[in-house]
Design a protein around this ligand. Structure first.
Ligand code: HBZ
Length: 821
């Protein structure tokens, strides 16, 4: 019997001991004089100690049971803060709070001191984080793979209303959550050239030679599920120079030169690219993609070989690999290279293994977001992979495409993995569909459009490979952690099982008619609004009343998401207040949170315009408390957790057909914020769930957008036909807001001269009308609360546990494996 290494009990005393031990022995500090950061680190480590055994145990059970595991490949994980989530999921929140309080420390203050782990841009990265939580919670054997970026998404500041970016050194002081795994370090190749060789029978094979080497050091972050002993890991690769990287130069005495090369190698995992919807085609980005894919595949293959002596044909029965968008799609030719070049399999067998192993999630229909790599760049960085892609393509076009559409060159052109017009490019989306057995969209409407439009020809060829898996969010972070008061109220009413089975939230439905419940629900909402008002005061210096309607638009800044449509309505309201000071109008606070890609000029112009309007409105004595506009800087997960529980109205106003799903819409509805939205993405399904009487839908549908564009859309028609709209646009582009009439010309031009690509003008009047309905509805506070409660009660479908179980059943064919204590 091996004695327990230390007391890892869950009593207050045990926790106190653990925390103090870490303060003293891990951090070498005196309890009396330890810093706030010391206490935070010691608390994280005490919790980590309690989950590590389960991580080891989960790994062992998964290996011993020989089940299939899913490997989630994502270039982004937007994890946010980990301590509170881990405390709530593991059931240690109360006891830790008590232990700290007995030592004179306030848990809430410690929680606030944790930097966000912001290794993602937006919805795609946050989805990956929610999925990791659900995978552990529902006991699925899984590993997340990604990059250990030294700098996450930039920190945003406003200077004179304009966005300024700063580096985000989230782990300058290290992170107590990550554990280095040097024994699983990998070495990968890049650049070089390919030589053809022949074996004794005269058969050709290919060798990739004269390459540069790069090392990948894995860091593991344990993922604690809710009320489950499964602890999966998120494995993030850090790039390092090979030991003898440029040994030659070193030996020649050019020590500094050698170190410069080392620094260049390490830039590979330095920084997350901040673009969320356009591809920049940069070499470093391709190197990042290949680096993390090659390390991850090598790790998966290592595990396959250690665990079993199975034939390669069994590989897919042990490993499912999910591609989170096309960013890791180079995994397809990489697995082919491993199987054909290194393991000596025949092409057909290797290809069959690939298709059985991979599946692909598409997150966008926007043409500018579809990844394409110039053939010449690809060839320089990954010469062997380009050859493999050519071979895949040739067989595909000659067999499948020719078989279905004999002699049809137009079909070949549209399906080819290589774009030939306007330069030669590798189409990563086509590669992803072809190399996978399943391709999914992230909401019903999005999937329908994938099948009808983006991948119509692929869908005609392989209809069974396409399916919809509507996104979800983890209700632990997005209710239990960010709104513990509401979580407790729900549990008091219907029991706690909803945390594991979100469909049970429907049992709240009858409470919407219970006056006492409504009153408590309203009180909780008001409490969050009062807290958010303090944040707004501190961050923006603007005083807002918690009795106003909090109208929230929080998401990346993009024209298709139409923050500028929101702005048009705000400016219209502002004019109306000035023109008609006695109008009965419920006070409103418009709250924005959004980062713009640093190179996205128009998005930055929109941020500036919102800030400029805010500055005028907030300081106009004629407006008083009726209207406030605030743009909270540096929108991130931890800020979202403060805004979402406080929101009354959720702006989901993208042009129909452009937002694949949206997940903020789900978080806000769950927290009792009513949606004002278009029939886009998952809004469609939210309406189905909550009922059309509990949501404000407006605007053109996908079909209407298509018809209008086909007819020839001219924004000037709307401009001339609608005086209110004309006055609004003219006012924004006057010198009224900044003293300089040129300032927002780019915005004006986009709306008028450049054809208003996202149809703001067409949707303007329906949006303004819907906002008037919102105003009228909010005046009946009691009925509003009823609608809010029904939103909470009816969005159980959007739990990421449901999404993940669907992936497990329909795509990965994974069993649930319970890990006992
Ligand atoms: O993925 C988003 C979609 O816009 C949103 O509708 C959906 O709900 C969400 C989850 O499925 N897409 C992104 O967030 N995309 C990116 O962040 C991105 C990042 C790097 C890129 C391209 C896109 O190179």
């Amino acid at each position: 019997m091996i004695p327990a290494p230390c007391d890892l009990g869950n009593s207050t005393e045990s926790l106190k001991n653990s925390i103090i031990n870490h303060v003293r022995f891990t951090l070498g500090a005196y309890v009396e004089s330890a810093s706030q950061n010391d206490w935070w680190v010691a608390t994280c480590l005490a919790i980590r100690d309690r989950v590590m055994d389960h991580a080891t145990k989960s790994r062992t059970i998964h290996r011993q049971s020989g089940v299939r595991r899913v490997h989630y490949l994502s270039l982004e994980y937007l994890m946010g803060r980990l301590l509170e989530n881990n405390l709530r999921n593991s059931g240690l929140y109360d006891v830790t709070k008590q232990a700290l309080s007995e030592m004179g420390k306030d848990l809430d203050e410690l929680l606030e001191s944790e930097p966000d782990m912001g290794l993602g841009n937006g919805g795609l990265g946050r989805l990956a984080a929610c999925f990791m939580d659900s995978l552990s919670t529902v006991n699925l054997p899984a590993i997340g793979y990604g990059i250990h970026y030294e700098f996450g998404l930039f920190r945003q500041e406003f200077i004179n209303g304009r966005q300024v970016e700063h580096p985000d050194a989230w782990m300058r002081d290290g992170s107590p959550w990550k554990i280095a795994r040097p024994s699983y370090r990998q070495s990968i190749q890049l650049y070089g050239r390919v030589v053809q060789k022949f074996d004794d029978y005269g058969r050709p094979h290919y060798e990739w030679v004269e390459t540069k080497q790069l090392l990948g050091l894995p860091w593991d972050i344990p993922i604690v599920g809710y009320d489950s002993h499964t602890v999966n890991v998120l494995r993030l690769w850090q790039a390092q120079a090979d030991e003898d990287f440029n040994f030659q130069v070193f030996n020649e005495g050019s020590y500094v030169e050698a170190l410069r090369d080392k620094a260049i190698a390490e830039t590979v995992s330095k920084v997350l690219y901040p673009n969320d919807s356009t591809e920049n085609g940069k070499e470093l980005r391709l190197v990042q993609q290949y680096f993390f894919v090659a390390c991850s595949l090598a790790d998966i293959v290592r595990r396959f070989k250690v665990g079993y002596t199975l034939p390669w044909s069994e590989f897919p029965s042990k490993a499912a690999i999910q591609l989170n968008d096309t960013h890791p799609a180079v995994a397809i030719p990489e697995l082919m290279r491993i199987l054909v070049d290194l393991e000596g399999l025949e092409w057909e067998e290797a290809w069959d293994i690939c298709q059985k192993t991979f599946s692909y999630t598409n997150h966008t229909l926007l043409p500018e977001a579809l990844e394409m790599w110039s053939v010449s760049l690809f060839e320089r960085v990954l010469p062997r992979h380009l050859q493999i892609i050519y071979e895949i393509n040739q067989r595909f076009l000659e067999q499948d495409v020719e078989g279905k559409w004999p002699g049809d060159n137009e079909k070949k052109r549209s399906l080819s993995l290589i774009e030939e017009r306007g330069g030669r490019y590798v189409r990563m989306a086509n590669l992803s569909v072809l190399g996978s057995h399943a391709t999914n969209g992230v909401a019903a409407l999005h999937t329908r459009l994938l099948c009808e439009r983006l991948f119509a020809d692929f869908y005609a060829l392989y209809p069974d490979r396409f399916l919809n898996l509507t996104n979800g969010i983890t209700f632990r972070r997005w209710l239990d952690v960010c709104n513990p008061e509401l979580s407790a109220l729900i549990t008091e009413a219907i029991g706690k099982d909803w945390k594991k089975d979100a469909a049970l939230l429907r049992n709240l439905d009858p409470y919407a008619d219970d006056p006492a419940f409504r009153a408590r629900y309203a009180q909780i909402k008001r409490g969050h609004k009062a807290k958010l008002a303090e944040v707004i005061q501190a961050e923006c210096g603007v005083t807002v009343s918690p009795d106003a309607l909090f109208d929230v638009q929080i998401k990346r800044l993009h024209e298709y998401k139409r923050q500028h449509l929101n702005l048009l309505n705000i400016v219209t309201m502002y004019r109306e207040i000035l023109d008609n000071p006695d109008a009965d109008f419920h006070p409103r606070v418009f709250i924005f949170g959004a980062k713009a890609a640093p190179g996205y000029f128009l998005a930055k112009n929109i941020i500036h315009a919102i800030n400029a309007v805010a500055a005028k409105v907030n300081n106009d004595p004629r407006v008083g408390d009726k209207l406030k506009v605030v743009f909270l800087p540096n929108y991130r997960v931890s800020l979202a957790e403060k805004i979402i529980p406080a929101a009354d109205l959720s702006e989901q106003i993208s042009t129909a057909g452009k937002e694949a799903s949206g997940t903020g819409n789900m978080k806000l509805a769950l927290n009792g914020s009513l949606t004002i939205g278009t029939l886009d993405g998952a809004n469609v399904e939210i309406e189905e769930e909550v009922g059309s009487e509990n949501i404000f839908i407006f605007g053109l549908t996908v079909e209407e957008v298509t018809a209008l564009k086909a007819k020839g859309y001219n924004p000037w028609d709307y401009y001339w036909a609608n005086k209110k709209l004309r006055d609004t646009i003219d006012w924004i582009s006057s010198d009224y807001f900044t003293g300089n009439a040129e300032e927002f010309l780019p915005l004006r031009r986009s709306l008028l001269d450049h054809g208003d690509p996202y149809l703001c003008l067409a949707d303007y009047q329906p949006y303004v009308d819907a906002q008037a309905k919102v105003d009228a509805a909010y005046k009946d506070k009691d009925h509003w609360m009823k609608m809010a409660i029904l939103n909470t009660a009816r969005v159980g479908k959007f739990s990421s546990d449901r999404t993940i179980l669907e992936y497990a059943e329909k795509v990965w064919h994974l069993p649930q494996v319970v890990v006992n204590d």
